[in-house]
Design a protein around this ligand. Structure first.
Ligand code: ADP
Ligand code: MG
Length: 352
């Protein structure tokens, strides 16, 4: 049985529909990430699981319980928010234990549960402090601790790292992965950051405009996207897209001044398509001159060369950091045809 099941879930705010019939199963113990651009409905979906938003139509199950109309406190979920939502006048320890106290748990049991969360999150040195005396990362750990003590069936995270600086975000990402390994609970995690999604998830759900675009393991989405949106959203820098036209088993790509052999059956000759190729699947050919290098970015281990073709299309190429090209050079490129993907020009759907 799945840990969380969405069946034809719809959400309307007044007349405006923002979630358009979501069907999804999340397995027990799975770390599931909802990712997509701002406004695509990630928080709305999560808040419907928590019971903080009403579900307009469809059902949400947690285990075998239909929780669609259940009170939030009865659902067996605990939510961690971007804004921490800690009580400023309480110590770390009291913040973590407060919910249990309000629910009438005996003191000894509260001590035990808070002690366990303290150990898991390494919060021992901070137990007597108030939130104002903690860093952002420490506050977020307390907020997670407050979720852990409740022993929920499902943890819900809504962009919990977005308020942290870049270095701390990486650190907390590792912490959250460790936490998931240690407690093994089902977790649903919302983020707009595809790097967070790739590094944390067992399963990624890519959302756009209230629809699921694709569900899969991180590397499945990276290597085998169902459409141009997923191909462009997952991966940084993004996949390159070039206009192309079908010709037999090849596509003619004006930007590349060549025909790329796709080794598969293609739509009829003359069909307009988009060729997708990732920056790491292209090599610079110093002997060519079809592209001007507009910009380079050296990150150390790798560099990115930003090229412009004679057709005006832009293309990004990944190079080794120690053999990088220079701005202003004219170069050719060679793509690895076995890594090229095709998309329908109009629908954006993958042609397989
Ligand atoms: P995300 O978390 O992916 O950024 P949200 O789930 O917050 O997106 O929002 C999805 C859509 O629902 C957006 O278009 C947003 O404007 C709309 N929305 C969210 N909350 C409300 C609300 N209380 N009233 C009306 N529209 C809302
Ligand atoms: Mg949101």
């Amino acid at each position: 049985m799945s840990a969380v099941t969405f069946k034809n879930v719809i959400k309307k705010y007044g007349d405006v529909q923002v979630i358009h019939g979501v069907n999804l199963e999340i397995e027990k113990g799975e770390f599931c990430v909802f990712v997509g651009p701002s406004g695509c409905g990630k928080s709305t979906l999560l808040r419907m699981v928590a019971g903080l938003e009403e579900t307009t139509a469809g059902t949400i199950n947690i285990g075998d319980r239909d929780v669609t109309k259940m009170d939030p406190s009865a659902r067996g979920v605990a939510m961690v928010f971007q804004t921490y939502a800690l009580y400023p006048h309480m110590t770390v320890k009291d913040n973590m234990g407060f919910g249990l106290k309000m629910n009438g748990y005996p003191k000894a049991e509260i001590e035990k549960k808070v002690g366990e969360a303290t150990r898991i999150l390494k919060l021992e040195p901070y137990l007597k402090r108030k939130p104002a005396a903690l860093s952002g990362g420490q506050r977020q750990r307390v907020a997670i601790g407050r979720a852990i003590v409740r022993g929920p069936e499902v943890f819900l995270f809504d962009e919990p790292l977005s308020n942290l600086d870049a270095e701390l975000r990486v650190e907390m990402r590792v912490e959250i992965t460790r936490l998931h390994k240690e407690i093994g609970a089902t977790m649903i995690y919302v983020t707009h950051d595809q790097v967070e999604a790739m590094t944390l998830a067992d399963k990624i759900v890519v959302l756009k405009d209230g629809h699921i675009e694709q569900v899969g393991k991180p590397l499945e989405l990276y290597r085998d996207p169902d459409n141009k949106f997923v191909a462009g959203f997952i991966g940084s820098p993004a996949m390159n897209f070039l206009s192309a036209t079908c010709e037999g088993k090849t596509v003619s790509v004006p930007a590349l001044q060549e025909n790329v052999n796709m080794q598969m059956d293609l739509p009829p000759n003359g069909t307009k398509v988009t060729l997708g190729i990732r920056p790491e699947h292209i090599k610079i050919d110093p002997l060519g001159d079809a592209f001007d290098i507009d910009l380079t970015e050296a990150l150390g281990g790798v560099s990115y060369a930003y090229l412009v073709s004679s057709t005006g299309e832009k293309i990004i190429v990944e190079e080794r950091g120690d053999e990088r090209s220079e701005i202003g050079e004219s170069v050719g490129i060679k793509i690895d045809p076995s890594r090229a993907l095709l998309f329908d020009e109009t629908s954006g759907n993958r042609i397989r």
